[in-house]
Ligand binder design. Structure first.
Ligand code: OXD
Ligand code: MN
Length: 614
C-alpha cells in the first residue's frame, strides 16, 4: 500500500500536467537542468512557479496519484495527509555522505565518499530513474528575499510530495529565478550564478539503494531513494545545514541547527535568543513558547523567528545577527497538543501537510498525545485499522506536520527581515535524564564552545537507530556539519574574533528526572522562568554563583512563584555531583578519541581546566 510504490506507477493513466512555459534562465542553470533531464529521462518536466493555483494543481495531482489524502476541508482547510513508505520515516544517517576529493575534508565524524566515485555510482542509479514520471523543477530561496545571506537552490525531484513541501518550507517559485538574476553581476552577465544544484529521486524507495550525497565543493546535492523530509526536502538539512555550514566557513558566517526566538519584556525591551538542541528535543516547542499566565499578564511575549535552523553573521558593528533561512516548520507531532504547544496547533489548522499520522473517520487527524483520551478508532499511519487496544502506535513516533511559518500566531515581525535580528544569547541543550543540571552559563565564549562541542543527548526517533542512548552531538550538528569537525570548531573560535561583544552562552536540560523516572521540571511554558534568567544574565543584571561547571542561578535567582517545583526539587535539578561530572568527562573520551589529532587546542585546554576544577 505504500505511497512510494503508488508514486512509482507510470503516470500515463493520470492527466498530464498542463504544459507550462519554461522561464528564461541563465544558460548555466539551463545547461544543468538539461543534463539532469537527459540523465533521469522523465516523461514530463513541470516548472514550478510557486503560485497558489499551482499548489492546488499539485495537491489534486498528488491526491489522484495516491501521494496525498484530502483531509476534512471544513475542519482543516488546505490540509492533506501523506503516508510514507514504512521503511522511510526518518533521516538515514548511514546513507548520508559528504563527498569530497579527500577524506580529511569530510573529517572523522562524517560518512565520506570520494567525490568522483560518488558521482559515478549515483549517475548509475539516477540513469533513467524518472522514466514515465514527471520531474518537478523547484526553484527556491533560503532566507528572506534580499538578505545578504539568502541563497538560491533548484531542486529537481520526481516526488509531488517534495514539490509541495518545498513550497511550504522555502520561498519557492519565480521569486528564486529573480533572486538568481539579481545576483548576476552587471560586469559579467554571463558568469555562472551561485546556486545549489539539488537532484532528488524517490526511485523505488529501497533502503539498500538510498544515498544522500553532498558535494560541498560543487554546491551540489544528489539524494536518491528516500522521500523523507530530512533526506528529500533538500533546502533543509542538506542545503541550509550541510552545504551552508561549509559555505559559511569559507565566507565567514555560520549555519547552525538552532531555533531563534524573540522575547519582549513588559518594558518593551526585545531580546533574541538562539538555541541548539538535538533533533526532537523540543526546539519547536521552545521557539513557540507561551509564557505562564502571570508573565503574560505582566506583558511578556515570545515570538518565533525560526524553529530549526539559523544562519548568523557578524554585522558592521561587530554584533552577531541571524536569519531563519526557512519559511515553514517541519515539526514532530506526537506529544503536541493545545497545552504543550498551542501555537503549533494553530499553525497546523490550515494549509498543512501531515505525514504518517492517524486518520480519523471524519477526515481529521490524530497522534499520540494530541488528546488526553485516544479516539475509539482510526486508520493508523500504515493505513491499517487501529483501535486503542491494538498495541500499535496510531501515528509514527517521528510523524510530522509541514506548515507555513506565516500560520504561526506568534511569528516574530522580523521573521522576513533581510537584515535579520541581533543575537544576545546562545543556548545549548540536550535530553539528559541524569547528571546535567537544568541551567548554567558558560564562563566565556571559548568555554561555551566547549560546552556546545561536548553536548550529549539521549537519542530520539528523528534519526533511524537506537532510541535513548547518550550520544555526543556537538552543537546538535553532528549529522549536519558538511566538512571536517575540526575546522568547524575552529570556525566557532574564529568567529568570536570578529565580534566586538558576543552573545552569552548557556546550557539547559529540561529532561532531568528523579529516582523514579519522573521529570523534575515541568518544561514547556514554564521554561520562560529559565529564559528570563538567561535574558537578565545576557544583559548583565542577574546574579549567578561560580561553580565548577559554570555560572549557576541560586533558587532565589529563578522565579519559582506559581510553579509546582519546591525549593528541594530545584536543588535536585541543579545538583552537581563531582563523581558524575568525572564520569561525564570520561564519557566525552569517545568523542575526543574520534577527533584525536584534530582537536583545536582550546578544546583540550578547556577539558584540562574542567578536570583541574574537579
Ligand atoms: C529535523 C531533524 O527534522 O533535526 O529537524 O531531524
Ligand atoms: Mn532539526
Amino acid at each position: 500500500m505504500s505511497d512510494a510504490k503508488t508514486e512509482l506507477k507510470p503516470e500515463s493513466k493520470y492527466p498530464k500536467p498542463p504544459a507550462r512555459a519554461r522561464p528564461a534562465l541563465s544558460r548555466h542553470v539551463q545547461a544543468w537542468i538539461d543534463q539532469c533531464v537527459e540523465l533521469c529521462q522523465p516523461e514530463n518536466v513541470f516548472w514550478c512557479d510557486g503560485s497558489p493555483e499551482e499548489k492546488q494543481t499539485l495537491l489534486k495531482r498528488g491526491v489522484k496519484e495516491g501521494a496525498f489524502i484530502e483531509l476534512n476541508q471544513e475542519k482543516l482547510p488546505g490540509c492533506y495527509l501523506h503516508r510514507s513508505n514504512p521503511n522511510d520515516v526518518a533521516r538515514s544517517e548511514q546513507a548520508t555522505f559528504i563527498c569530497t576529493p579527500s577524506q580529511d575534508m569530510a573529517g572523522g565524524t562524517n560518512n565520506w565518499m570520494e567525490a568522483r566515485s560518488a558521482y559515478a555510482k549515483l549517475r548509475g542509479l539516477f540513469s533513467g530513474c524518472m522514466k514515465g514520471r514527471t520531474m518537478y523543477v523547484v526553484p527556491f530561496v533560503m532566507g528572506p528575499i534580499g538578505s545578504p545571506l539568502a541563497k538560491v537552490g533548484v531542486e529537481l525531484t520526481d516526488s509531488v510530495y517534495v514539490a509541495v513541501s518545498m513550497g511550504i518550507m522555502t520561498r519557492m517559485g519565480t521569486v528564486a529565478w529573480k533572486q538568481l538574476d539579481a545576483g548576476v553581476s552587471a560586469a559579467d552577465p554571463d558568469a555562472e550564478p551561485e546556486f545549489t544544484r539539488c537532484l532528488h529521486s524517490i526511485a523505488d524507495c529501497n533502503p539498500q539503494r538510498r544515498y544522500i550525497c553532498h558535494f560541498p565543493l560543487d554546491n551540489t546535492i544528489w539524494s536518491f531513494g528516500s522521500g523523507y523530509g530530512g533526506n528529500a526536502l533538500l533546502g533543509k538539512k542538506c542545503l541550509a545545514l550541510r552545504i551552508a555550514s561549509f559555505l559559511g566557513q569559507q565566507q565567514d558566517w555560520m549555519a547552525e541547527h538552532m531555533l531563534l526566538m524573540g522575547a519582549t519584556s513588559p518594558e518593551g525591551e526585545k531580546t533574541y535568543v538562539a538555541a541548539a538542541f538535538p533533533s526532537a528535543c523540543g526546539k519547536t516547542n521552545f521557539a513557540m513558547l507561551i509564557p505562564p499566565q502571570k508573565y503574560r499578564d505582566a506583558g511578556w511575549k515570545i515570538t518565533t523567528v525560526g524553529d530549526d535552523i539559523v544562519w548568523m553573521w557578524v554585522d558592521d558593528t561587530g554584533r552577531l545577527r541571524a536569519i531563519n533561512p526557512e519559511a515553514g516548520y517541519f515539526g514532530v507531532v506526537p506529544g503536541t497538543n493545545d497545552q504543550t504547544n498551542p501555537n503549533a496547533m494553530a499553525a497546523m489548522q490550515r494549509d498543512t501537510l501531515f505525514t504518517n499520522v492517524g486518520l480519523l473517520p471524519d477526515g481529521d487527524v490524530w497522534w499520540e498525545g494530541k488528546t488526553p483520551e485516544p479516539p475509539a478508532e482510526c486508520i493508523d499511519w500504515t493505513g491499517q485499522e487501529w483501535t486503542p487496544g491494538s498495541g500499535q502506535k496510531a501515528a509514527h513516533p517521528n510523524s510530522r506536520f509541514t506548515a507555513p511559518m506565516a500560520n504561526n500566531p506568534a511569528l516574530d515581525p522580523a521573521a522576513n527581515d533581510p537584515a535579520g535580528v541581533p543575537v544576545s544569547a546562545i543556548i545549548f541543550g540536550g535530553r539528559r535524564s541524569r547528571v546535567v543540571p537544568l541551567v548554567y552559563q558558560a564562563f566565556n565564549w571559548i568555554h561555551g564552545v566547549y560546552l556546545g562541542a561536548t553536548l550529549g543527548s539521549e537519542t530520539t526517533s528523528a534519526a533511524s537507530g537506537h532510541v535513548g542512548v547518550v550520544r555526543r552531538d556537538p552543537m546538535a550538528m553532528l549529522p549536519f556539519i558538511g566538512y571536517n569537525i575540526r575546522d568547524y570548531l575552529v570556525h566557532w573560535f574564529r568567529m568570536r574574533k570578529k565580534m566586538t561583544d558576543c552573545p552569552r552562552i548557556f546550557h539547559v536540560n529540561w529532561f532531568r528526572t528523579d529516582d523514579r523516572g519522573r521529570f523534575l521540571w515541568p518544561g514547556y511554558g514554564e521554561n520562560m522562568r529559565i529564559l528570563k534568567w538567561i535574558i537578565d544574565r545576557s544583559r548583565g543584571r542577574a546574579y549567578a554563583r561560580e561553580t565548577l561547571i559554570g555560572w549557576m542561578p541560586r533558587s532565589s535567582d529563578i522565579d519559582l512563584d506559581g510553579v509546582d517545583v519546591s525549593f528541594e526539587q530545584f536543588e535536585q535539578l541543579q545538583a552537581i555531583n563531582v563523581d558524575d561530572v568525572k564520569a561525564e568527562v570520561m564519557s566525552q573520551e569517545e568523542l575526543f578519541l574520534k577527533l584525536a589529532g584534530d582537536l583545536p587546542k582550546e578544546m583540550i585546554f578547556q577539558r584540562e581546566l574542567l578536570i583541574s576544577r574537579l
